[in-house]
Design a protein around this ligand. Sequence first.
Ligand code: NAD
Length: 505
Amino acid sequence: MGNRFQATDRFADGAQYIGGRLQPGTSGKKHSVVDPATGESVYTYELASTADVDAAVAAAKDAFPGWAGATPGERSDALHRFAGVLAEQAEDLARAESLQCGKPIRLSTEFDVPGTVDNTAFFAGAARHLQGQSAGEYSGDHTSYVRREPIGVVGSIAPWNYPLQMAAWKILPAIAAGNTIVLKPAELTPLTSLMFAEAATAAGIPDGVVNIVTGAGRDAGEHLVGHGDVAMTSFTGSTPVGKRVAEIATATVKRLHLELGGKAPFVVFDDADVEAAAHGAVAASLINSGQDCTAATRAYVQRPLYRAFVERVAELMETVRLGDPFDPATDMGPLISHAQRDRVAGFVERARGYATVVTGGEVPGGDLEKGAYYRPTLITDAAQDSEVVQSEIFGPVLVVLPFDGDDEGIRLANDTPYGLAASAWSRDVYRANRATREIKAGCVWVNDHIPIISEMPHGGYKASGFGKDMSAYSFEEYTQVKHVMFDNTAVAAKDWHRTIFGDRP
Ligand code: NAD
């Protein structure tokens, strides 16, 4: 069903994009992109070697002076053209994303691709607004000002759940600020990162500004993070891998930005609209088959609404249609891989020993048997300290727990190592406002859960990492500020020289 993307012809030249050119990897190790809806290989390529990473970093280093020296207006113009090229290629990008991830075509067409085009347009504008905050005569005898400068070559590593958006979130603020970049996408999902880089070239962004190395985490990834010519590491992925990346980046004293795992709470107070909350919980736990770092994973529902909420969520989950990602009627596709499906199933099977699986908890048969599908799953009666409540499952699994007073709801929401996103559901402005203040997360929604916008920052608290993607705040990661100070006196013996010379002239 549907018009699938043909990757083999499109990327016949290889899966490395270095210095404005597609080329094969040289590691001698082959890797296949597998369509998770069918389990079939759709593209086989050679992974990047450490020498390929060196070549990409060298290309980025060569391109840096020219790109950093372009005016903000010139970079902005290029990014505007880039947004235009991406918009023209929207259909192809959506099909490639659905093919490699198993995302429903509705999701890639209505969310991933337009979000990326909008992000590109946002950074085209933002590129002209890079500012230092102060200029003036602070000492009386000097004029000081602040220059905001790019850092150099950025090495970025991205996950497989939103490959196009993650490539955009990493690449756009970096290049808008005048850096050049080498991005390593996840091995499972290189296609749209490569298309994104090709579109940058088509828009006139100079060769070497955007490079893609598609290699394994342990070799290409670690080599990129530790590379002596890479000035900054920006990583999005799981918390355990983020810790390893941090060790390597710290040993080489690099600027570091970490966007890590999440376990978002969804807190429903007893004055909430239960119908709205139930719809919100189902959509926000199942988006992208639950493989979303901000997905609703733990719903805490105040006791008077608990039963009605659980019943309604179960009912709504059972209406969700699993199917071919290319069928516009499909609501939820497979998970990224059979391995990820089995990992998710493992969490649910273990939970049967200590909790109740209300609906789902199974691998569907029939036409879906070949794919990495898993039914939307609702779990209740789990203890707060149990694995399904504390660990990132990264699948279509929602756990619901009751709470009594508002204090307890907020305490439980904060009771995991993570702090990426959360939501509070209430019609009482004071209760909702308190929740937004007291929940420790980089984003708190009120009466909704999931929407993101280019103008607003995305990033974690606690073990979800630090630093911001999107918005003008991301420039704090991708720039460094320099204090420039001019002497205004033109005298040889300055007043402060008395600390050395005493009263001698
Ligand atoms: P992962 O951590 O396994 O892999 C992420 C990337 O790191 C991949 O490109 C992988 O090849 C690379 N990698 C693996 N080992 C490495 C190493 N030793 N050194 C350098 N690079 C290495 O994550 P995943 O399974 O691809 O993605 C899912 C995870 O990403 C989840 O934990 C999710 O919450 C997180 N995520 C976070 C955000 C956010 O904004 N905070 C967004 C999307 C996904």
